[in-house]
Design a protein around this ligand. Sequence first.
Ligand code: PLP
Length: 378
Amino acid sequence: MPYCDHNATAPLRPEAREAVERALSLTGNPSSVHAGGRAARAMAEAAREAVARLAGAKSESVIFTSGATEANALALWGVVEAAMDAGKPIARIMVSAIEHKSVLKTAEAIAERVAGIRLEMVPVTVNGVLDVEALTILLHGEGRALVAVMAANNETGVVQPVTEISRLCRASGALLLVDAVTAAGKMPLDAGLCDYMSLSGHKLGAPQGVGALIVGGPLVPQLVGGGQQKGLRAGTENLSGIAGFGAAAKAALSNDEERTRLATLRDSFEHTLKVTLPEAVILGANAPRLCNTSNIVLPGLAAENMVIALDLDGVMVSSGSSCSSGKIAASHVLAAMGKGDLSSIRVSFGWNSSQDDADAVVASLVKLWQRARPRAAA
Ligand code: PLP
């Protein structure tokens, strides 16, 4: 069955499956002193090293979490509390309007619950790129800022100007969190450009339920207890998930050919789509994009109907934005790009995507357009 929804979750990589199985056959708590504990700890540390390499970070800075939702919450709440403790409170949280809900909702919750902190939204251009001029102006405002941006957007694949954002934040003394979930493994990352970076294993071919925060600044833990992971995230480590994450990170990083192959596959997919269905519009196509993502509008067709029609043909894609209830919500990313009236689907390829998968998407969309166009145009 053609699976073209890698930005939602990627199929488990064989290397990750093998690492998970090895971890599950071990008995030992990574905190235990005995041989079993030492073997578990060695496995977790090898994974930490691999994840650090993927992020362009030092392994000591990697804190494993249950995923990127937790990593983003840990970063945002942890920084706000650390700044308060240090007597230099955060006055403004600035988030780009296209952030993942795990960032947007957490930032909203902090602004609602913590007196003296306000939320400032950074707009994006029609191409979905953070508006650097708007950020520059906001950063000139009063009060210490914590900025959260993504390295690349999960709906459009549009790559954000993190180097420039980092320079602006450094110059104004703002702290910077980068959500690198979608970008990881699809482009080089440099955690040195930011203070905190979030990652998620399952977008790379690791199991679901494991992620990491790269910590490069003060942070107050949000889970306390046994003092694991230098006291920054208590709880016995999810060793099998962590081992799978390490293996997936290693495979994603060591495979330059994978990125070249994906870029060729995605570009030829878009070319074929445009030739056979000239009405199709690819959003974000004028901006730098990740090698694996296409966000497609067929004018007049609702995302929900497109996703369902493709699903009936056995082709799995997402709407630009999906929510956990399984219903398709309007995309806040398209709205931020000034395209809130449009409805789009996201086709995202990954490590095991093939030409047949791409061809199946085109064939199914052409079939749907032939059937639904008269009604769409009416
Ligand atoms: N950030 C982005 C950009 C995402 O796409 C996702 C998941 O869809 C998350 C964060 C949350 O990741 P997780 O599923 O690991 O909690």
